[in-house]
Design a protein around this ligand. Structure first.
Ligand code: ATP
Length: 356
């Protein structure tokens, strides 16, 4: 098990900037996720760690060893790709054993290691099945077993669940997390799916357009996003433009363009925000933190959309200047109709202020 250090790494493809000036340290045994929209540079970063791409600038270390220009097969990494890249006509055991045969281990050692890892991924009875006789979820576990059997220092997973249906994806997510924590292997996971990232990771790096937008634990990036991109990309949120017009010891009062006054708490702000009267800010309000009825920050608007999901009633409420997505989690909440007026309140501590 090794840690990974990335120092001032950039990757340029001709005129296209893949990744720009990336600095990052992934701890030994950590489950670390690269998250962001398509084209943000996740796979490029993973490929540089694997050795399939060399950085245009900067260095990569595994512990203290500089691996920047080392060939992929000299890095002792395990990899799982989106399409698994298994040998379809070979058995499960033959696929898992492949990397060990390349390393010229004895037959006895290979059998021992393959048996152990097949058990770990819960494919105990499937050793002699052909890959093309397995379900997608089972194939995914063979790919994982094949990557893990070589006892890699670092496990790299590139969108490994994207070929599975929603239910299987959720089950496999839990399985991967279980196996990773049993082995304690340093793991780097690439996904554009924020639920996967949030539920599996010790820490997440949110990327956009080749740049790092934030690195933190799932709680940190959900509760304390440092910019609008992260607030919007992680979970759902309402973003409203406003101007600061009063600051007390702990309170911040803002006014929207149409003069609506909202009060929040100073400490519920992005760490990068300095509070000055007259400054423009964005208020981030999570749909689930809006409540029914009057209270702090009471607002009355008109319902333009309603849906019942079983867990919640979701509304879109129009306030002329902006609309709010609202999620009411209350079994007894009476369903209102489109066109009706609705009174809502938002606790001061549910307003979160962002500067950019
Ligand atoms: P996705 O989720 O779609 O795989 P990603 O976040 O993994 O996206 P990358 O594949 O890392 O994104 O791509 C980052 C940028 O670099 C994109 O603009 C992409 O078009 C470009 N890029 C990636 N690989 C190459 C390449 N081999 N040649 C030229 N441009 C590339």
């Amino acid at each position: 098990m090794k840690n990974v250090k990335i120092e001032n790494v950039s990757k340029q493809f001709g005129k296209v900037q893949g990744v720009k000036d990336l600095n990052l340290e992934i701890k030994t045994g950590e489950f670390f996720t690269f998250l962001g929209p398509s084209g943000c540079g996740k796979t490029t970063t993973l490929r540089m760690i694997a050795g399939f791409y060399y950085p245009t600038e900067g260095k990569i270390f595994f512990d203290d060893r500089d691996v920047t220009l080392l060939q992929p097969n000299k890095r002792n990494i395990g990899m799982v790709f989106q399409n698994y890249a298994l040998f379809p006509h070979m058995t499960v055991d033959e696929n898992i054993a492949f990397g060990l045969q390349v390393r010229k281990l004895s037959k006895q050692e290979i059998t021992q290691k393959v048996d152990r890892i097949r058990g770990l991924v819960h494919l105990g009875q499937y050793g002699s099945r052909k890959i093309n006789e397995l379900s997608g979820g089972q194939q995914q576990r063979v790919a994982l077993a094949r990557a893990l059997v070589i006892e890699p220092d670092i496990l790299l997973l590139d969108e490994p669940l994207s070929n599975l249906d929603a239910k299987l994806r959720e089950e496999t997510r839990i399985e991967i997390k279980r196996i990773q924590s049993e082995l304690g292997v340093t793991t780097i996971y690439v996904t554009h799916d924020q639920t996967e990232a949030m539920s599996m990771s010790d820490r997440i790096m949110v990327m956009d357009n080749g740049y790092v937008k934030q690195i933190g634990t799932p709680q940190e990036i959900y509760n304390r996003p440092v910019n609008r991109f992260v607030a919007d990309f992680i979970g759902e949120t309402n973003l409203i433009e406003a101007t600061i017009f009063a600051i007390n010891a702990d309170e911040v009062q803002v006014k929207t363009k149409n003069g609506l006054v909202l009060t929040g708490r100073k400490q519920h702000s992005s760490p990068t925000l300095t509070h000055m009267i007259g400054d423009n800010v964005f208020i981030s309000i999570r749909p689930e933190s809006v409540n029914l009825g009057p209270g702090e920050n009471t607002l009355t608007g008109t319902i333009t959309f309603v849906e019942f999901t079983g867990i919640s009633v979701n509304y879109i409420v129009d306030f002329i200047e902006f609309s709010l997505k609202v999620m009411i989690i209350n079994k007894n909440a009476q369903l209102k109709n489109i066109g009706e007026s609705i009174t809502l309140n938002i606790a001061q501590e549910s307003l979160y202020f962002l500067g950019e």
